[in-house]
Design a protein around this ligand. Structure first.
Ligand SMILES: [Zn+2]
Length: 645
């Protein structure tokens, strides 16, 4: 295992755990608002399949594998859909929802930095822990979503699992939050692993909860909740199964099986703050060694610790009608496969189970007909490509020819095609139907470390260059950048393709004066645009923030946004502000496909509709004004998208 693969979760979890470790409220969802009446009978359905890549789609349509999509392509419209700069899901889906560029909606990167301290923090929610009583979680996303504008006109929407909708906000209709919804421990998705096999994290003790247990028949251990809270877990081992006791319930689980959802309760302050979660166990082995996996603990939809739906009880009614479902935003456990604690097979079982839960919700909620606009986003397409691209690309170090998993991505695309067919059966024929993705995908075969490049080129200075590469130690220390001499550092990189100038009066220890800022930025851009790996130019786009965005929040954008050539991707070390020895190195992880930090023009999304849309270049920002226009609502002046219908 390389040191590269383990750190990603750690800092994200650190960032989020501090946010959610105490009881918190989201915006007041209990207010009842009298929305105006609107008698329109028009209907629009938008289904988003995160990360659907147009080249794969077109090939498989040609091969006759996606019949429903093929039919729509010929009878309606099909094109690519330009993504945002940067080509990240939180940014792109925020542009989808608001019809604006990132300079207006403020969602810049999954990981942003505190300019005062240079420390990384999550870029999708903000917490006000200084507020009286419980900390208040606020969205970082600014601006109005198109369903909020529709609400004001009395038009009802149903919004299911659209990313960056947590914390939830009032609207005319119903909403279940999507990507960005944390798990019960406060992270984006931290799993647990219980074993008697002598095993260690090697060096990342925060990526997941690892329980090294004694080789006994009855084991007392725990399930980690928020902060220091936990629930007792007792494991009784047999030859081919285990008894698992959580609270006052015991189940028997056989080797090679998943449990149903288990209810887990964390008593935080007596009965007042009792957090209820649900999770599933998977037993890989009981004897000779216990190998037991527990999925990240989702908020219990029936009684979530935070509001994950609007109205608050919508999540509960979904669970009552369709059965329990995974509510954590990451709909499959990429981290467990990245950390090699579950197999390809088990990952795919989990991914398809969750996909099926979401399809069930779609069918029952779409049928209810209590909406004018129905929007649902599925993550399975994105997550399967992150983890299984290695089977498509023979250049990947983990590629295996003729593997049974070479069709893993195709199988998910085929399921997407079926979902589209199912949705068409439910909706009336005059419904406008849009199918889209927020970006495409490509191989991630090599990592590029921007901080290593900055050091090599004299823009960043280390206090002790012999310590370079010891980035795990860096990340564990309280001062993440402890080896960086800020008094001699002109630029640094953090996040996913974001480069910042160490600007005086903006950054905590800034040294670059305003009059040198543009020249320095041009110089770095120019040099970085020539970065080569053999004969390949590694960077494909380098944008100054003001060239690709405008609006009130451009000031929060990175100074340079780096987009790599396909095959290359920002290193995990850069993402969390470390400086390894090499600039370019092989990615030897299961996490083998990506779009993040790839030049946006290389990874457009897709756009398909049953209607004839204008034959012109389309952007993800165009969906919001187009939907509004369909209901005769003028495009609000702040929107940057155009009407494409
Ligand atoms: Zn995405």
């Amino acid at each position: 295992m390389s040191s590269e693969k383990r750190i990603s979760v750690k800092s994200v979890r650190l960032a989020l755990a501090t946010l959610l470790s105490e009881a918190a409220t989201s915006l007041n969802n209990k207010v009842s608002i009298d929305w105006p009446e609107n008698k329109t009978t028009k209907k629009v359905v938008v289904l988003g399949f995160d990360g659907t890549e147009h080249t794969l789609l077109e090939n498989w349509v040609k091969e006759g594998k996606l019949p429903n999509i093929a039919k729509l392509m010929t009878s309606g419209s099909y094109s690519t859909l330009n993504t945002t700069t940067p080509s990240q899901s939180p940014t792109a889906w925020s542009s989808f929802a608001t019809g604006t560029n990132p300079g207006k909606h403020n969602v810049m990167d999954f990981i942003i930095r505190d300019p005062g301290t240079y420390t990384p923090t999550i870029g999708i929610i903000e917490v006000d822990s200084g507020s009286i009583g419980k900390p208040v979680i606020k969205p970082i996303q600014r601006g109005k979503t198109f369903w909020e504008i529709l609400s004001e006109k009395g038009i009802k929407s149903k919004i299911i699992k659209v990313p960056i909708t947590f914390p939830t906000r009032p609207m005319n209709g119903k909403l279940l939050s999507g990507l960005g919804t944390p798990d019960a421990s406060g992270s984006i998705g931290t799993f647990s692993y219980y074993t008697t096999a002598k095993t260690t994290y090697i060096d990342n003790d925060m990526a997941y909860y690892l329980y090294n247990l004694e080789n006994k028949n009855i084991l007392d251990t725990k399930i980690q909740g928020p902060k220091t809270f936990s629930q007792k877990l007792t494991i009784k081992r047999y030859d081919n199964s285990v008894d698992l006791t959580v609270g006052n319930k015991t189940i028997n689980l056989k080797v090679g099986e998943w449990s149903d959802y288990i209810e887990i309760t964390f008593n935080i302050i007596g009965p007042l703050y009792r957090e209820s979660g649900i999770a599933k166990f998977y037993l890989e082995e009981s004897e000779p060694d216990l190998k037991l996996y527990l999925s990240p603990v989702s908020f219990d939809p029936a009684k979530p610790f935070y509001n994950i739906s609007y109205p608050v009880d919508f999540a509960k009614s979904l669970a009552n009608e369709n059965g329990n479902f995974k509510s954590v935003g990451f709909s499959a456990d990429v981290w467990a496969l990245k950390e090699e604690r579950i197999s390809d097979e088990v990952f795919l079982q989990d991914l398809h189970n969750t996909f099926d839960e979401e399809i069930k919700i779609m069918k029952s909620e779409m049928k209810k007909n209590d909406w004018n606009v129905y929007v649902q986003v599925f993550q399975a397409t994105d997550l399967v490509q992150h983890m299984f691209w290695r089977y498509l690309d023979s250049n990947n170090i983990r590629h295996k020819a003729n593997s049974k998993y070479q069709d893993a991505i195709l199988t998910v695309y085929e399921k997407m095609d079926k979902v589209i067919g199912e949705a068409q059966k439910i909706m009336s024929p005059d419904t406008t139907f849009i199918i889209m993705s927020d970006h495409g995908f490509g191989p991630y075969n090599k990592s590029v470390d921007l901080n290593a490049w900055l050091v090599d080129n004299g823009y960043m200075t280390l206090k002790d260059s012999s310590k370079r590469g010891d980035w795990i130690t860096d990340l564990r220390s309280t001062d993440l950048w402890s080896n960086v001499d800020w008094s001699k550092t002109k630029a640094y990189a953090i996040g996913m393709g974001s480069l910042y100038i160490n600007l005086k009066d903006r950054e905590g220890k800034g040294i670059v004066i305003t009059s040198e800022y543009q020249k320095l930025r041009d110089e770095i851009k120019n040099k970085l645009s020539k970065l080569k790996d053999g004969n390949v130019i590694v960077t494909s786009s380098i944008d100054k923030s003001e060239e690709v965005m405008h609006g009130e929040y451009v000031c929060n954008a990175p100074d340079l946004l780096i987009g790599f050539t396909k095959g290359y991707r920002i290193s995990w070390q850069t993402t969390f502000g470390a400086v390894p020895k090499q600039v370019i190195f092989v990615n030897d992880n299961n996490f083998s496909g990506d779009h993040i930090s790839i030049a946006p023009k290389l990874v457009p999304g897709i756009f398909i509709s049953n209607n004839k849309f204008k034959n012109e270049e389309k952007s993800i920002m165009d969906i919001a004004p187009t939907v509004l226009n369909y209901f005769d609502i003028e495009t609000p002046s702040e929107m940057d998208g155009k009407i494409i219908l």
